[in-house]
Design a protein around this ligand. Structure first.
Ligand SMILES: NC(=O)c1ccc[n+]([C@@H]2O[C@H](COP(=O)([O-])OP(=O)(O)OC[C@H]3O[C@@H](n4cnc5c(N)ncnc54)[C@H](OP(=O)(O)O)[C@@H]3O)[C@@H](O)[C@H]2O)c1
Length: 281
């Protein structure tokens, strides 16, 4: 019998990209659960699924990701991004399950221009950021086997993301205002999914256990949202004028980190993995 991998949040960007490449996970049985089949904030359901399937890995793709909405729904954000993650991590520890969890560049809020390492000082601002940061802390405290992948600026053909927003707005407007003072690396959800497949194909559980910890994964080649928007319209051959504005002018409800560039060297060196530029066509 193949070892099992339970995947939560299967209808999200990462969940769906993992589903697309499920055949790359040789010798594993992947089981995908949407929010109805597995609500991670339901501890009884989490335990029942673990006892039913006895998985070797859990990949937690479930999260409350609506950054601005989180400011109004703090209870929900902390319930899903912190408390449910604590429950998951505690069960992973109890039942010897390796947890692969996804976290975010938002745990940082620096403005200095040095790529952020795994041990850079966290400074989460806003509810989403704080709830994700606490989720990380709970995983570490639980002592479960884990890899926490911090990533940034995720997009894909699925769900809600910046690329889809630009294409939607660009279809009806000739001009758009986009912030040019937030720096980061756009990351295709498919490339995160491919890295996770690579991990499970190339490393035995014991080796992963030795290498457990936090890793930064983003596609390479830093940019800002203004440049990213221009690239999107260039590739889509859409004639949309993009006007640069500042974060202060844009005035989003939740604070955004101005500098989100993640240093991915630890991951690339540890796992002998080459990350590619986001804008390779
Ligand atoms: N998107 C980004 O730019 C970004 C950047 C950095 C890090 N991340 C992290 O990367 C991970 C994956 O992000 P993503 O973009 O794939 O997210 P996403 O598209 O928003 O998907 C999140 C999924 O979680 C599900 N979900 C929400 N609450 C749940 C619950 N209580 N139980 C079970 N499922 C629940 C959602 O289902 P419903 O839709 O049915 O609610 C959805 O399928 C997240 O941990 C996120 O914090 C994302």
């Amino acid at each position: 019998m193949n070892p099992k991998v339970l995947i939560s949040g299967s209808t999200g960007q990462l969940g769906q990209e993992l589903f697309l490449i499920k055949d790359l996970f040789h010798n594993y049985d992947l089981l995908f659960f949407d929010r109805n089949a597995w609500n991670i904030s339901n501890a009884d359901q989490t335990k029942a699924l673990i006892l039913e399937h006895r998985p070797t890995f859990i990949i937690n793709c479930a999260a409350f990701t609506a950054v601005d909405l989180a400011e109004d729904q703090a209870d929900q954000a902390f319930l899903i991004n912190s408390e449910a993650v604590k429950t998951l991590a505690d069960y992973c520890h109890e039942y010897n399950i390796f947890l692969i969890h996804i976290s975010t560049d938002y745990v940082f809020h620096g403005t200095n221009a040095i790529a952020l390492k795994e041990n850079s000082i966290k400074n989460p601002q806003g509810i989403y950021a704080k709830s994700k940061s606490l989720g990380e802390d709970y995983i570490i405290d639980s002592k479960c086997m884990h890899i926490i992948l911090r990533t940034s600026w995720v997009y894909s053909q699925f769900g809600n993301n910046f690329v889809k927003t630009m294409l939607r707005l660009g279809a009806t407007r000739k001009e758009l205002a986009v912030v040019n003072d937030q720096n980061g690396c756009p990351t295709h959800a498919a490339s995160i999914a491919l890295f996770i497949a690579y991990l499970l194909q190339h490393y035995k559980l014991e080796t992963l256990q030795e290498k457990a910890g936090i890793y930064h994964y983003s596609d390479s080649n830093p940019t800002n949202w203004f440049e990213f928007a221009n690239k999107i319209f260039e590739i889509a051959a859409m004639d949309v004028k993009v006007n640069a504005i500042s974060t202060v002018e844009f005035n989003a409800k939740a604070p955004r980190p101005l500098f989100s560039i993640l240093d991915t060297q630890k991951l690339q060196n540890t796992f002998n993995y080459k990350i590619h530029d986001w804008d390779l066509e």
